[in-house]
Design a protein around this ligand. Sequence first.
Ligand SMILES: [Zn+2]
Length: 407
Amino acid sequence: MAKKKKRIKYKNISILLVPIIILLVIILAGKDKTSLKTDYSKMSIEEIEEYAKLNELEVKKDYKYSITVEKDKYISTKLDGKTIKLVISKGDYEDSYYRDKKINEMGKVPIMMYHSIVDRTDNEYTGGNVDKNGYNRTAKAFREDLEFYYKSGYRMIRLEDYINGIIDVPEGYSPIILTFDDGNEDNAKVIDCDSNGELIFDSNSAIGILEEFKKKYPDYGVTATFFVMQNIFNQSKYDRDIVNWMVNNGYDIGNHTISHPDFTKISEETSIKQVGSMYKILDNYLGDKYVKIVALPFGSPYKKDHANYKHILGGTYEGYEYQTEAALRVGWEPEVSPFNKNFDKTFLKRCRAYDNDGNEFDIEAVFKSLEKNRYISDGNKDRIVIPKSEEAKLNSDYTNVRIYEEV
Ligand SMILES: [Zn+2]
């Protein structure tokens, strides 16, 4: 009984399908000439035009600038009814395009240096500094700094990317790099773990605030490099989890030596131990997931020809070999573009993130000076666009370069 019913059902459906199929065949046959499937990608514009003629199709051409598609080649094709729509490349933008946007990938890049972020509301010192010299910032001031950078058209990039010449920010925007020294507890203060074992950070610690901005401005590219010593973030219960959380969430960990010596006041053997054994500790915590960058305590030595400098850059400590990719000084002004022939990643300057009423290289002074010479991206990380006046600074290793006239 059940079988019979089913058969009847199928029969009914097939009766219904017959006219549908006939109708489809008619429609498709009528559409035949415009639905021809052809691989245009292997055809020249002339061949497409020839093809269109043969099939009684129209060709409509639009012209657009393109930095990836050669002039007079097409960028895209689309069949729309009886029309083939071709978008043809006008080649690279005119010089005026870059001039108007002030694109300059030979401009300067600020590497900001922070230490403690302290949740204090009183204003004992100028504009959010917690100490007299402005090495530490209040949580409120740090939030204001981040707002200021964002609204001034800066987007964060990793220090590791910068030293490798990778600057990936949108067209018209400028890169900024954040660093934190000393591994202060307030950089990544853990207050608890949730039921899944996930760390909960104090919302006024550096990480708490950075994560807040990650949500607030998803296009900010929030990241920072934290330079730690042997006590990591001074939270022995959580340190291993903190550094792993960081590298899994877009932050980097670097080397600030074992115990913050002044390299001009210690022996060569001690220098090797200070750098090499810190790398060993980071190896133990993170395997190879940390950056081989040293932030020099006190920014010392101030000269690269100091006898201890070579030990910062590489060596062997008790059979353990280490190699440093880049080194950071404490500093005062923005660094040059990584495409500048004078770029030296083993001796990089930083800007102290502090307020001093616009004096002595404070944030206000640094960003004011950057208005004259900041790095402004063309939005393509693989190509360097610079004005003619900057050409002499270019490192000749870079060949994918577009130079424009500034009339
Ligand atoms: Zn330090």
